[in-house]
Design a binder for this molecule. Sequence first.
Ligand code: HAM
Length: 466
Amino acid sequence: MPKKAEDKKTKEETEDKQEEKPKKRIKTPELLRGFRDLLPEEQPYWDFLRSTVRGIADSYSFQRLVTPVIEDKDLFIRTVGKQTDIVEKEMYQFETPGGEKVALRPEMTASFARAYINHGMLDRPQPVKLWDMGPLFRHDRPQAGRYRQFNQFNFEVFGSEEPIIDAQLMVLLHSIFKELGLDVVMQVNSIGTPQTRQEYKVELVAYYRSNRARICDECKRRLQKNPLRLLDCKEEGCQEVRAEAPMIVDWLDEDSKNHFMQVLEFLDEIEVPYVLNPHLVRGLDYYNRTVFEVYLAKEDNGRSQSALGGGGRYDGLIELLGGREGTPGCGFAVGMERVVAALREQEVSIPVRRPDIFFAQLGDAARRRGLKIFEDFRQAGIHVSEAFGKGALKSQLDLANKLEVAYTIILGQKEVLDDTIIIRDMDSGSQEIIDAKKVVEILKKKLAETGDKPIMPPLDTETDLS
Ligand code: HAM
């Protein structure tokens, strides 16, 4: 064989061999542990939750404040507390290329307080009522209902120490759950002032020291670092010890006691379901006086329950951040993933955004015209679904049936030429041919007559990163 031909053959053989080689498997990147994709199927729950929260925020005259997800890490160390789990173990922190030491926000209250001071909100009529919802980050141990990125809706009131504010926040919180169709109960306590808390801590530590042999290793650590968190431990042995522990309400000063009594009176008046929990202390350092958490009233599948949300008063926070001395504050936050999970578990029926009509087309000319018709409907506020990717009329009508639309409009070659369009009533199967120019107008009328209007409130199109 001539050399050239031989070379060619060898080359072909090599190429063949290469083709035969099993394809190298390309590894698809995985989600980071503790992070989630919120899939389209879940979105109706999120939309329902967001629009409910937004509606209640409006009706209680709260204004939205959106703060960045990255802040100077010192903001959280100073407010949430150096010795807390959130700061000590869970904060995502890093140095920027410019050398700033920053953190992904683990909560919103500190950012709200910073913004209140930065923007001179003290000069606005008090109290200033603010809310937001969005993502937070905590490098916690992932488990059901506990993620490393999660969302909260968060409400804060700055500038009033009146007990009615604490009560109103709990009423508002309760109203959100009522509108969502979830039965909840509030757990309430008062943790007094930093001074009385200090005195209580001494007593608590002494009590736990005398029971050191009965508590878990983590609690032995808490005894040194963050004694109030001893009361939060879920270990059986520790809970037995807690049952006999001194209670913080017995250490309250007169003013805090009166304040708390008034909060409870307001709650009784408005019939918000609550129970007193003398062991409730919360895991962030900035609280004083009223603290509360909200739980599902029903046990969820017998699992040990975690709070849906929590909050309380923080009268020293603004001052701690260099704001005017004695500016009080109170607020709460709720974990939105936990609420969505509860809505799903309890099979709460939620409004689903359905299209009003379906647009079916046959052939290229109809498809081209379809783009324009689709736009005309959209501008008229009629929600149209289509399947431009599908050819056969039957599969398009099947889809229209699945979507439970009242009408399908059908456009084929003939209709394009005649400038007409077919309207099919999906219930009766009857069809009529109409002038294409009048289709939007006619369907608007038909939909208004049957009352078949969108039942889902408008979608939240704001910058929710969830
Ligand atoms: P928090 O108790 O740390 O309070 O969080 C409030 C809620 O956020 C929790 O009850 C829970 O539903 C949800 N949450 C917390 N961590 C996670 C997680 N890793 N995964 C999923 N959900 C979670 C605060 O954040 C305070 N800033 C509340 C507040 C506002 N206090 C006064 N104003």
